[in-house]
Design a protein around this ligand. Structure first.
Ligand SMILES: Nc1ncnc2c1ncn2[C@@H]1O[C@H](COP(=O)(O)OP(=O)(O)OP(=O)(O)O)[C@@H](O)[C@H]1O
Ligand SMILES: [Mg+2]
Length: 384
């Protein structure tokens, strides 16, 4: 990856039937970067890809390629190639001719064509399949033909719209690794679309999280996972407990009726916040070893760990632990300052991150003016 931008989208707006489906997209992609657009169905991923490919013209905003404005430039004149979700291979041509197609259109001399097709076939591991008809190939093999066909023309940027969605899980994992290694060996810029968060985290240099036509966050997979900017991102990427809280001061946040040390700072005094705690960061201890303790509702064995839902004063936490926990058991949950991530309130606050529903008790408990003795009366009430 170089420091030079290959693609710049500036304030891109796209409207359909008076409704904005892209609401001012700003995105810069570096030459050789693997960028993934991630978000729920309908958030505008494919539309963003089409803007880059030249299949959709923005209602406003600018598209730059290598520093030059390319609005209005025909798709075939852009140094961009697309792999669609349905690979759009030619069923009447064999593997070799499918891959060679773009080169024939461009009148590449026969000798060079043969060499380039051979290299592409080699790269995607299809040697020996050249004469096979498309409809005799498996899904994964067709996928490889589609990749070979796209890279043989040596585009600067490859657009991939959910290219692995049709494959079963095992094959999908293999292809993730292969695609990544093809991208690295060719040094082509990839703009990849998926709604699978694990796929996005494992393959990308940069992840772009979208919702409702708006980019919510751009960052490395680690940034996105560890420092989500709001409840939407925290919820969409991995599992999250998201709790209402109040930032008492730098490095001290109040939630679940407790004031707890954290590493976050820079919020206003007593600013209401969303607090996210990943299930795998929670330590299970004896009930008397933590102010936060509750009853285990249910436990699911997940192979590597157990996943438990724990009821702490009516809020259901998800925890993942390798310790054995049992339904009906009382446990303590211990949080280290590093495991707490504080986020600003947003339009997504209160919509995500509880494993049942927010209870009235939790609202009360997160109030900074709420006193410890009130806590006891709630506990007494609950016992009645
Ligand atoms: N040609 C069109 N005419 C009208 N509306 C459209 C058109 N193309 C897309 N849309 C709408 O724009 C929004 C964004 O669509 P887009 O295809 O970009 O979503 P996506 O993120 O790719 O979703 P998915 O994960 O389902 O593929 C959707 O609400 C869609 O219905
Ligand atoms: Mg799409």
């Amino acid at each position: 990856m170089t420091e030079k931008n290959i693609i710049d989208l500036k304030n891109i707006v796209v409207e359909y039937d008076g409704e904005q489906v892209l609401k001012g997209i700003d995105l810069s992609i570096k030459d050789g970067e693997f960028v993934t657009l991630l978000g729920p169905s309908g958030c505008g991923k494919t539309t963003t890809l089409r803007i880059v490919g030249g299949f959709v013209e923005p209602d406003s905003g600018d598209v730059f390629f290598d520093g030059k404005r390319i609005n209005g430039l025909q798709p075939y004149k852009r140094q961009v190639s697309t792999i669609f979700q349905r690979y759009a291979l030619f069923p009447h041509l064999n593997v070799y001719e499918n891959i060679a197609f773009g080169l024939r259109v461009n009148k590449v001399p026969e000798k060079e064509l043969q060499q380039r097709v051979r290299d592409a076939v080699e790269l995607v591991g299809l040697r020996g399949f050249e004469k096979r008809k498309i409809d005799t190939l498996s899904g994964g093999q067709q996928q490889r033909v589609a990749i070979a066909r796209s890279i043989v023309t040596r585009p600067k940027v490859l657009l991939l719209d959910e290219p692995l969605a049709a494959l079963d899980l095992k094959l999908r994992k293999d292809m993730q690794v292969e695609l990544k290694s093809i991208q690295q060996s060719l040094g082509i810029t990839f703009l990849f679309v998926t709604h699978d968060q694990e796929e996005a985290l494992s393959m990308s240099d940069t992840v772009v999280v979208m919702d409702k036509g708006v980019i919510q966050q751009i960052g490395t997979p680690q940034d996105i996972y560890n420092e989500p900017v709001n409840a939407f991102v925290a919820d969409f990427i991995g599992e999250s407990n998201i709790v209402d809280g109040v930032m008492l001061k730098d490095n001290l946040v109040r939630f679940a009726g407790q004031s707890i040390a954290c590493v976050d700072k820079g919020f206003g005094k007593n600013e209401p916040v969303d607090v996210v705690i990943r299930p795998e960061d929670i330590d299970v201890v004896r009930p008397d070893e933590s102010p936060l303790h509750g009853l285990v509702d249910s436990v699911t064995f997940k192979g590597v760990h157990y996943e438990a839902i724990v009821d702490v004063d009516g809020f259901k936490w998800m925890i993942q632990t390798t310790d054995v926990v049992r339904a009906g058991e009382e446990i303590g949950i211990l949080l280290n300052p590093d495991d707490i991530h504080v986020m600003k309130k947003s339009e997504y606050s209160g919509k995500f991150g509880d494993y049942s529903t927010f209870s009235e008790e939790m609202d009360l408990l997160s109030d900074p003016n709420y006193q410890e003795d009130a806590e006891e009366s709630v506990a007494a009430e609950a016992e009645e």
